[in-house]
Design a protein around this ligand. Structure first.
Ligand code: UT7
Length: 332
């Protein structure tokens, strides 16, 4: 793994894009720490203290959760499937080996453009966000990106090392071409395949994880990737209004944010209620912050994730004036 920062700034004059709407989906079934306490050698106190997780949701299929989140994102901007040129579904838990889960979601949402899955594990949503900007730079008008997971299907519920951590859910955003440079100021996508055995699941099997080593690597790559994106954006951590990290463990988030100089007042977290939902975790935390009115037009927002692979990804975006974009008819 190279120590050289790899952040990239979109090329000058590149056709810009911005997030214009969003939506989420969570299964109804809430699984609490007390539920695990009743059947595994664990306690609510251990899980809360070591991870920050109190409950997570289990249920549904990846396609059903993705469809619900995607439909909510379309509805929020008054769009239909016809308005979408490409559906990019970030997931590490597809419903089928063949075909892509995106094909089912595309059909359900009435999208006729391209559709594909993207697997970069928990970094998947930020990977998809950057890919969407690239597709729009090359001429597409609108890309729907969704992070959706059913992690409970690939988790050994008898393994206390992993069972307590993961949950199911989905988050979606519509990314649309803009007349200006758009929102993306800098990004960093990376992967070190030599670390892939730290966390894996064979086809048809369940996850095994070296939690301690994932933890150690996670803090390092999050900080390095965040700094690379900030440098590419010509910004510093002080300029950020909000950081939306991958929701894996509150201790990982706190350790990384301490090193970046980010306090909890500038941090989006939902993992106490969702657990680790892999590709869905960043959009779930982002939408939670948006719903709470924590992001204003012009704010700089850092999205930063890491995951199996080992992959990492970050992006600095200048939050768009979504109301102005919608009322200017950009979304029509
Ligand atoms: O999206 C990326 C996905 N993965 C991650 O982000 C995982 C990153 N790693 C972690 O979050 C943490 O390493 C864990 C939460 C998995 C584990 O926390 P830890 O503080 O690193 O604990 P540990 O592995 O050092 O284990 C400490 C003790 C061990 O017992 P002994 O050997 O000291 O007797 C474990 O067996 O805690 C034990 N332990 C548990 N005890 C109660 C492990 N899991 C549990 C549990 N309840 N659920």
């Amino acid at each position: 793994m190279s120590d050289t920062p790899t952040g990239t700034r979109p090329a000058p004059g590149t056709r810009g894009a911005a997030i214009v709407s969003w939506g989420t989906a969570l299964p109804d079934n809430v699984v609490t720490n007390a539920d695990f306490e009743a059947r595994l050698d664990t306690t609510d106190a251990w899980i809360t203290e070591r991870t920050g997780i109190k409950e997570r949701r289990h249920g549904g299929s990846t396609a059903s959760l993705a469809t619900e989140a995607g439909r909510a994102a379309l509805d929020a901007a008054g769009l239909t499937g016809d308005d979408i040129d490409y559906l990019l579904l970030a997931t590490t838990t597809p419903d089928y080996q063949i075909p892509s889960t995106a094909s089912e979601v595309e059909d359900a949402l009435g999208i006729r453009g391209g559709a594909s899955d993207l697997n970069a594990a928990c970094s998947g949503f930020v990977y998809a966000l950057v890919h969407a900007h690239g597709l729009i730079a090359m001429g597409l008008q609108r890309v729907l990106i969704i992070g959706a997971e059913t992690m409970s299907r690939v988790t050994d519920m008898e393994d206390r090392n992993t069972a307590i951590l993961f949950g199911d859910g989905a988050g979606a955003v519509v990314v649309e071409a803009t007349d200006d440079d758009g929102q993306l100021l800098g990004f960093d996508l990376g992967s070190d395949g030599s670390l892939r055995s730290l966390l894996d699941a064979p086809i048809g099997g369940v996850m095994q994880m070296n939690g301690k080593e994932v933890f150690r690597q996670a803090v390092t790559v999050m900080v390095r990737s965040a700094n690379a994106s900030l440098a590419a954006a010509g910004a510093t951590a002080d300029d950020l209004a909000l950081v939306v990290p991958h929701q894996a463990n509150i201790r990982i988030i706190d350790a990384a944010c301490n090193r970046l100089g980010i306090g909890s007042d500038r941090l989006a977290t939902v993992l106490h209620a969702t657990g680790n939902t892999s590709s869905a975790s960043i959009p779930l935390a982002l939408v939670d912050a948006l719903d709470a009115g924590r992001v204003a037009p012009g704010d700089l927002v850092l999205l930063v994730g890491f995951g199996a692979g080992m992959s990492w990804a970050s992006a600095v975006v200048r939050w768009p004036d979504v109301d102005a974009l919608r009322s200017s008819g950009a979304t029509s």
